[in-house]
Design a binder for this molecule. Structure first.
Ligand code: SF4
Length: 294
């Protein structure tokens, strides 16, 4: 495959075949994210994508899972995505899952009917960065959306029966705003119908650290980073406040996490909290910093 780098995928797509439908991120302005800073956003020509799918099908005919990259394949118009999905399911007879990242704006722009059509064509799973449920913090990190818009978009995805795997970034509020960050994030999550919930730990690249802090102060807030132990405190509060309408698979298994966790909420809440309490105050239970990264 002729990939354009850097190329990212969620941890759970490690065994998926990846097709780059777009390159970069159509938004590319979140202050905490340096993933696609070196790439200009573009849509790959449809005929080239179709050619790549046919070519890959000769080498990997038994493919069961496909991830559409880069940052937001869902940016593409519905007719292009339908052609991609149709070609994928035609070329890979065992294919059972196609997924992509989705930006808040992607779900706002697509209609309910369009999302339903995409689901019927085989787009089964979207990875979505909630990051925080605090409107003020979303402004500080220049996420380009609000909690209300996220709820609207995510409900559209659930109504279309597309599964959603959402991420929250622990540490995003820093020492001064962590409680607001976690409480308002739980408020946002609880009425939703998420299928998966993951927590990441804020990791700022050197190249964007100053920008991140400046954007906080421009919005009248101060940012002081949280320690790994502070992050455990945030995780404990989040796990105790999340009351999903139906069972949510919870993961904290990203490369950035100091303490890997997994379970189903709310069923495993006490088990997860017990794990967190054991690690609280005991750095020896945490993954050392040098073994983590994005
Ligand atoms: S966090 Fe997502 S939406 Fe924001 S710049 Fe990074 S890839 Fe784009």
């Amino acid at each position: 495959m002729n990939y354009s780098y850097p190329l990212y995928r969620p941890p759970s797509e490690a065994n998926s075949l990846i097709f780059q439908v777009t390159e970069g991120c159509s938004f590319n302005r979140c202050s905490f994210c340096s993933m696609y800073r070196t790439k200009n956003f573009s849509e790959k020509p449809l005929d080239l994508i179709i050619k790549e799918i046919h070519h890959a099908a000769q080498q990997h005919p038994n493919t069961r899972r496909v991830f559409l990259a880069d940052g937001d394949a869902l940016y593409c118009n519905v007719s292009s995505l339908l052609q991609v999905l149709e070609t994928l399911y035609h070329c890979f007879p065992k294919l059972g899952r196609v997924s992509s990242y989705a930006l808040p704006n992607n779900l706002m722009v697509k209609s309910q009917q369009e999302l339903t059509t995409l689901k019927q064509a085989g787009l089964n799973l979207l990875y979505y960065g909630i990051e925080s449920g605090s409107a003020a913090l979303l402004k500080c990190i220049t996420k380009g959306t609000t909690p209300d818009k996220m709820i609207e978009g995510l409900n559209k995805a659930s109504n279309a029966d597309i599964k959603v795997s959402a991420t929250v970034i622990l540490g995003l509020g820093g020492q001064h705003h962590w409680q607001e960050h976690i409480e308002q994030t739980a408020d946002l999550i609880n009425p939703l119908n998420l299928n998966y919930l993951s927590t990441l730990q804020l990791t700022l690249d050197e190249q964007i650290r100053d920008e991140f802090i400046q954007k906080f102060s421009r919005n009248g807030r101060q940012f002081e980073p949280q320690s790994d132990q502070d992050i455990l405190k945030e995780q404990m509060l989040l796990v105790s406040l999340v009351e999903p309408k139906s069972a949510v698979i919870f993961r904290s298994n990203h490369a950035s996490n100091a303490l890997p966790l997994k379970g189903v909420l709310p069923k495993d809440r006490e088990l997860i909290l017990a794990q967190l309490k054991r690690a609280y105050g005991d750095n020896s239970q945490l993954v050392p910093n040098w073994m983590r990264g994005l």
